[in-house]
Every structure is written in C-alpha cells, then in structure tokens.
Design a binder for this molecule. Structure first.
Ligand code: SF4
Length: 425
C-alpha cells in the first residue's frame, strides 16, 4: 500500500503535465489555437465551455528555466529589444513566439484570444504583445482589489455586492466574446460541470495545505507543492484535475496517519515567501533540506493558484453569478497574498509550528517582490520568528549566485540552531 500511494501525486502530476504539453503540441501542429491566460484569474472554467485549450504562458516560461534553457530564450528576447529589467516570463514567452511556438516540452499553439486580469500590471503589457503579433482580441477582467490590508468585504456587504455585479457584467461580456470567436453557443450545463470539478479541486487544495500542519510535514511546499500547483492551474475545471486532487488528499491523509514525512529528519519548519528560484530549482531546495529544513507552506501556493487556497466552492444552482463571486474572492485573495501577506503569515506561525520565514524577492517580478522588505519588518515586529531575506531570480541565472545563497542560508540555520539551544537552556 505505502509504495502505491506515497509519491503518487508527484508521479501523476509529472505525467499529467507531459500529457498537457502533448495536447498543446498536437493542437499547434493541426493549426489550432487556444486561449492565453494567466494563473491569477485564468477563467479556465468558462473557457472550457467553448473547448478553448487554455495556455499558460507563465507556466511555459518557468518550464524553460526548470529545463535549464531559459537563458537561451531570455537572450533571444533581449537581442530582439526587450530590456534585461522586465519580467523574465514575458521575455521567455516572446522568444517562444518568435520561434513559432517551439518550447522544450513541445509546441505552443498561437492564441485565438487572450484573457487576463489586473492582478499583475505586467499581464496587461504582456497581452499587448500578443495583440500586436497576432491581432487577437484581448479581454481584461478588472477585479476590484483590497484597498488596504484587512479591509476586504464579503457576501452580505453592499460594497461586495457592487464589486460582484461589476465582475458579473464583465463575465457576461466575455461569454459573448467567446461565442463570437468560437462560433459556439454558451452552454450553462457545461459550465456547471466545469464548476463542479473546480469545486473538488479547490476543496482539495485547501485541505492539502491545511494537512501540512502535521508534524512531520507531509510535502515540501516549494518542490512538491509546485507540482500540485501546476495541475491545479492546467487542469482546473476538468475531471482529471478533480480526480488528481481527490487522490492527493488521500495520499496526504495516508501519510499523516502513518507519520510519513517529506524529510526523514525534519528539524526546521519554514514558510517560503515569493516565487521559487527555478534556474537552480532542486539545488535551491537542497540548501535548506541539507540542514533538515523544509517548507511547510508558501505564499506562492496561494497567489499562483489564483486564490484557490481559500477553498471557495461555486453554487451550481447559480453558475454565472457564482463564477463572478468566486472570481472576485479568489483573484482578490491572490493579490492580497502578494501585497498584504504579513497578517496571514503571522497567523500561520503557531498552527504550522514555524521556525523561520524565508523571503525570496526576485529581480524580474516586481509585482511580488516590491514591499517584501517592509512586510518582513512588520512580521518581525508582531512575532518572534527568525527570517531570511535572499534575492535571486525565477528565470535569469545571471543573477542567481549559488555560493552567495548558500552563505546566507547556512548562517540562517546556524542562527536557528542557536535559538533552539538558547530556548532549551
Ligand atoms: S511580473 Fe511577476 S506576477 Fe507579473 S507576470 Fe511577471 S512573474 Fe507573473
């Protein structure tokens, strides 16, 4: 039993991802097109109603870094004229487009439409590139964000109702646009089915994150968590995605019951804040695991899941209205996880038995990185917790210095060990 279930989600996640890229490749080779979307507010549930393949350029780009070829793509985009300063995901995607969709995992189809939210300002400028290249419609869903930390409104509040209605009217426009592009009629039952699967996935995602309060922790939020996250985005609203998350919950509950941790010798429980260092993804994690450190949670698993961490479930009796409500709640939460995460982190330190918080601002994502230094200060003022602040990048290996990172990480763990000794004296 143990060998059948432990590690299953990682294997199945990798297989699903290969299958997904194979599907994109065959769409591209047959001249088909898809919907270019983003992880924060992908609207995948709705786009599936029109059988539009959903394509996540952010995921395509990070895969070039994981596969150690991002520099080739970045150089091509920079030679073409894009500045070294801008988001590395944009530049890798530009190079993919310049290569006719050629990608280390297969071939990426051209877009028929781009759908984005205002969760990141780069989304808006990025989509303009596709608009110029392909002359396709670009639909920007404007989600009212939180005006200040802790001021979110919720169902029952008048401001919330106004915001939900505003999102609802935009979703109706998007439905109309999808009908025009695909020539298909909107089918509300198909939407219901996608929402049903998305509900299973959101429920599972929330549960999996909570289960990692377990000691020892059941999965590593940076390494394993990124695989789950990929499935959560790419298979959102599908039966395969729903089944994957049911299996994942089963695996984590099994591990919890049998005391099977992600590390044999867990010594330090950490939270990761920011975007992972994909150019040295495995090695980056080893810098921590070699000291017995493991990541029990991560803000990345919140915002890059588009707020699925909230476990929001759609009301199938009222699908379009509920889609508007869910989109408002989850995309807003994704933004809050980037901009106002200090309170959420402070509340996790006790229940997740956290020893340290690792902040990882990166050169090419200012949306996530701006303000992290202030957030760290705010957290340290409210909790007695060790923190580490290390800078690198999620794409560009020119600004990733493994030796420097190691020095900082080693010093952090020496400090953690001293704290622990002092506490036991
Ligand atoms: S700036 Fe950051 S959040 Fe925005 S697209 Fe780039 S990586 Fe994503």
């Amino acid at each position: 039993m143990t060998q059948d279930i432990v590690g299953r989600a990682n294997n199945e996640g990798a297989a699903l991802f290969r299958e997904w890229f194979d599907g994109l490749t065959s769409t591209a080779e047959q001249g088909g097109r898809g919907a270019y979307v983003f992880v924060m507010g992908s609207m995948a549930e709705l786009l599936r109603v029109f059988d539009l393949p959903v394509i996540f350029p952010e995921i395509n780009s990070l895969q070039t870094a994981v596969r150690k070829v991002a520099h080739e793509y970045l150089n091509q985009a920079e030679d073409y004229g894009y500045s070294p300063d801008i988001c590395g995901y944009v530049k890798a995607d530009v190079a993919v487009q310049l290569r006719g969709g050629q990608h280390p995992m297969g071939r990426i189809p051209n877009p028929a439409i781009a759908v984005l939210t205002n969760a990141c300002n780069t989304y808006i400028k990025w989509a303009e590139i596709w608009e110029r290249m392909y002359h396709v419609p670009v639909f920007t869903l404007d989600i009212p964000g939180t005006r200040a930390a802790g001021t979110q409104t919720w169902p029952g509040d008048r401001d919330f109702s106004n915001d939900r209605d505003y999102v609802l009217s935009q979703i109706k426009e998007l439905i109309f646009l999808c009908e025009q592009i695909t020539g298909r009629k909107f089918d509300i039952d198909k939407l219901r089915e996608a929402l049903l699967h998305a509900n299973t996935m959101s429920r599972g995602w929330k549960r999996v994150l909570e289960l990692n309060k377990n000691r020892p922790s059941l999965f590593n939020a940076v390494t394993d968590g990124t695989i789950y996250l990929g499935v959560s985005n790419a298979f959102r609203g599908t039966e395969k995605g729903a089944r994957y998350f049911e299996d994942l919950v089963e695996e984590m509950e099994y591990k919890a019951t049998h005391g099977i941790g992600t590390l044999v010798n867990e010594r330090h429980r950490l939270i990761f804040v920011g975007v992972p260092c994909y150019p040295i993804f495995r090695r980056f994690n080893e810098l921590f695991s070699e000291w017995g450190g493991t990541f029990v949670n991560s803000t990345y698993l919140w915002f890059a899941a588009g707020g699925a961490n909230r476990g929001f479930e759609y009301d199938l009796a009222d699908p379009i209205e509920s889609l508007a409500e869910g989109t408002l709640i989850t995309v807003r939460d994704a933004m809050d996880s980037m901009f106002y995460q200090d309170q959420a982190l402070a509340e996790m330190i006790g229940p997740f038995h956290v020893d340290g918080v690792v902040y990882h601002p990166i050169k090419s994502c200012r949306t996530v990185s701006t303000g992290l230094a202030d957030n760290r200060r705010a957290l340290m003022a409210s909790r007695d917790v060790a923190t580490l602040f290390i800078e690198s990048d999620m794409m560009d290996r020119r600004v990733v210095s493994e030796a420097q990172l190691k020095n900082r990480v080693d010093a952090f763990f020496e400090g953690l060990n001293s704290r622990r000794m002092a506490a036991t004296r």
